[in-house]
Write a protein that binds this ligand. Structure first.
Ligand code: NAD
Length: 358
């Protein structure tokens, strides 16, 4: 296969962790006989410094022409001035909008070797493997909003709004993913209170009964889901939900693993390139020290192969290599619990060596 992959290393530890993921992708290409054309472009604070904008036109054009985009992280204290004309995060919002990335995928997987890092008991989190689908471009974050006069002063409002089409496209994506996993799909809503949730429930039920009768499908109210995630997270396989519920539940879910440096995420649309990134930020406190954990970005590269290039075996190979490296006791500082720790590039090397030996 020939594919164009654009990297946006960004700021802080972004370039350090992206470099390791690029090395892994180059190795996968050689091992499996693919041709990946990889090119870097500026985005975030570094792009503001050089071009006065967080997402320069030539970066956006390259992303649109690519098959997939790998992002490090953007932002840092240098660009935090609230009076600044623009901010690094503006680039993030713009690229998601321009590439029409309506689904955010967040795998929440615990590693046997890292169970002690979780704030929850090992017997609860052992074996957790959930894939969240959060709707990313609709709902209350994008509905009508404003303030108006009120006898007590003012009132403020935000409208939660969804169309059949917006619900249907992400439900189908999540159901397709469930089919390739343990065939269980959970839809989370608040249908006892919200009309928008009642539309989600109706559209989702119709699609699943007609097109995915092979799936085990259930619906859970969002407040109950917040509890189930802490009490019985192993019971869930694929979870689909609207924007704000997904925002909150995926952050809660990521705490199950206890290690920010391990979690990737993907944002995808119906066509065109997807965007793959670690969930952590630019970690300015450790930038330039060579100690950042590159595994979240390496796992994001695995998601890129699976979801944008349909290279399942290659993606699984990277994930197996990461599993093995951890099982063999190798750690970066953030997950070493005071024990011996590898540098960013040493961890990258361990994954590379393991991948080549598989
Ligand atoms: P952060 O995720 O950057 O860091 C939180 C803590 O986790 C820090 O102590 C950091 O050292 C540690 N950490 C994060 N990733 C790590 C890794 N790979 N290896 C080892 N340790 C790691 O969050 P923050 O400090 O709140 O934000 C820093 C900057 O990043 C801010 O400017 C913020 O706006 C930005 N940010 C960007 C994104 C993005 O680009 N998608 C996401 C979140 C935050």
């Amino acid at each position: 296969m020939k594919a164009k992959i654009v990297s946006l290393p960004g700021d802080g530890i972004g370039p350090e962790v992206v470099l390791e993921a690029e090395r892994i992708l180059a190795t996968v290409a050689v091992k499996f006989g693919h041709e990946f054309e990889m090119q870097r472009f500026p985005m975030g604070g570094c792009a503001i410094d050089e071009f006065g904008t967080a997402l320069p036109d030539h970066t956006l054009a390259a992303c649109k022409e690519s098959n997939a985009v790998l992002l490090g992280a953007v932002g840092g204290p240098k660009w935090d001035d609230p009076k600044a004309k623009t901010r690094p995060e503006v680039g993030l919002l713009k690229i998601r909008k321009e590439l029409q990335l309506f689904a955010n995928l967040r795998p929440i997987k615990t590693y046997a070797a890292l169970l002690e890092s979780s704030p929850l008991k090992a017997e609860i989190v052992d074996g957790v493997d959930i894939l969240f689908f959060r709707e990313l471009t609709g709902g209350i974050y994008f509905g009508e909003s404003g303030r108006r006069p009120h006898p007590s002063g003012e009132e403020a409002f935000n409208v939660m709004q969804y169309s059949t089409e917006e619900v249907a496209r992400i439900v189908r994506l999540s159901a397709d993913a469930a089919r390739n996993r343990r065939k269980k799909l959970t839809m989370v809503d608040k249908a006892n209170v919200l009309e928008a949730s009642r539309l989600w429930r109706q559209v989702s039920a119709e699609i699943i009964s007609k097109e995915y009768p092979d799936l085990e499908y259930n619906v859970v109210l969002v407040d109950a889901m917040a509890m189930h995630l802490l009490s019985r997270p192993r019971d869930f396989d694929v979870v689909v939900t609207e924007n704000m519920f997904g925002d909150i539940l995926t952050d809660e879910g990521s705490m199950l693993t206890g290690s920010l440096g391990m979690l990737p995420s993907a944002s995808i649309g119906s066509a065109g390139p997807g965007l793959y990134e670690p969930i952590h930020g630019s970690a300015p406190d450790i930038a330039g020290k060579g100690i950042a954990n590159p595994l979240a970005t390496i796992l994001a590269a695995a998601m890129l192969l699976r979801h944008s290039l349909s290279l399942e075996a290659e993606a699984a190979c990277i994930e197996t290599a990461v599993d093995k490296v951890l099982a063999n006791g190798f750690r970066t500082k953030d997950i070493a619990r005071g024990g011996p720790a590898l540098s960013t590039s040493e961890m990258g090397n361990k994954v590379l060596e393991t991948l080549l030996a598989l």
